[in-house]
Design a protein around this ligand. Structure first.
Ligand SMILES: Nc1nc2c(c(=O)[nH]1)N(C=O)[C@@H](CNc1ccc(C(=O)N[C@@H](CCC(=O)O)C(=O)O)cc1)CN2
Ligand SMILES: Nc1ncnc2c1ncn2[C@@H]1O[C@H](COP(=O)(O)OP(=O)(O)OP(=O)(O)O)[C@@H](O)[C@H]1O
Length: 221
């Protein structure tokens, strides 16, 4: 396109070859490049996870639990969303159980519709579960709750606190629709950090991140 072409003083028609995400234009070529990078990183990090022995996964979960203890004082009236571990994610159900015993209410993410925000449904340790989309276990009784705190499982996290997840955009959509924004605490393995995920306008940085080496990072107030 040449806006200064004298034979075409009005300039070319503006380029509408943009896709809209959340009502905002996204340059398709940039998104293609970023998507390719994220895909490769997901594959690398998932492979890395698969190499971790069970005993080390347990150790890392304990470390994350200790980190969460420094950040959160579970109490009555507090709603904490955890997750049911899949694909080598850290199993923090022991920590959730303690939080529940301290009076906090718990919830798990449920994909109720593809490419839409997730809902958080009430859960307690031992509750009856069903298989949801992608076979992820979800509470058999669907009682939506609004969490104050969301523990968000990471595949990767960048230096600014942006999350690389499974690639469905579920947490991003959920947080974009949430008002007020809950406190989002990313949790993951010690090898999750990457330099940048090349954040796009819909990516929302997490408040804090706790990793399997016991580290706790603050990213936003
Ligand atoms: N434990 C846990 N529960 C969770 C999440 C999570 O990351 N961890 N989610 C956090 O978002 C939601 C589920 N997100 C998911 C996103 C994509 C895929 C998935 O399998 N994607 C396919 C390709 C995409 C497709 O088929 O449409 C794949 O990876 O092969 C699975 C879960 C809700 N529950
Ligand atoms: N707020 C939003 N509204 C509409 N689409 C969105 C929104 N947020 C993300 N998406 C879409 O979701 C897709 C995946 O996004 P992204 O790569 O950030 O996934 P992710 O955060 O790794 O996945 P997940 O949250 O499921 O673990 C992108 O194609 C993006 O366009």
């Amino acid at each position: 396109m040449n806006d200064f072409d004298e034979s075409n003083p009005g300039g070319d028609a503006p380029c509408f070859a943009h896709e809209l995400v959340d009502g905002q234009p996204v340059d398709p070529q940039q998104w293609r490049d970023v998507n390719r990078f994220r895909k490769a990183e997901r594959i690398r990090l998932l492979a890395r996870r698969r190499e971790v022995p069970q005993a080390r996964l347990k150790e890392m979960a304990q470390q994350v639990g200790a980190g969460l203890d420094k950040l959160i004082s579970p109490q009555e009236g507090m709603v904490i969303a955890g997750y049911w571990p899949i694909r080598g994610e850290l199993d923090l159900r022991f920590w959730l159980k303690t939080a529940h015993e301290a009076g906090a209410e718990l919830a798990l993410p449920v994909v109720v519709q593809r490419n839409a925000p997730v809902e958080f449904h009430r859960w307690a340790p031992g509750a009856k579960m069903n298989r949801g989309i992608w076979n992820i276990p979800v509470p058999a009784v669907a009682e939506p709750l609004i969490p104050d705190i969301v523990l968000s499982p990471l595949l990767g996290v960048d230096a600014q606190g942006y999350r690389l997840g499974n690639g469905g955009g579920y947490y991003d959509r959920t947080l974009a629709a949430a008002d007020p924004l809950p406190r989002v605490i990313g949790v993951g393995h010690d090898f999750c950090p990457i330099k940048t995920i090349f954040p796009m306008h819909w990516d929302i940085p997490m408040h804090q991140v706790v990793l399997g080496d016991g580290s706790v990072r603050d990213h936003r107030p």
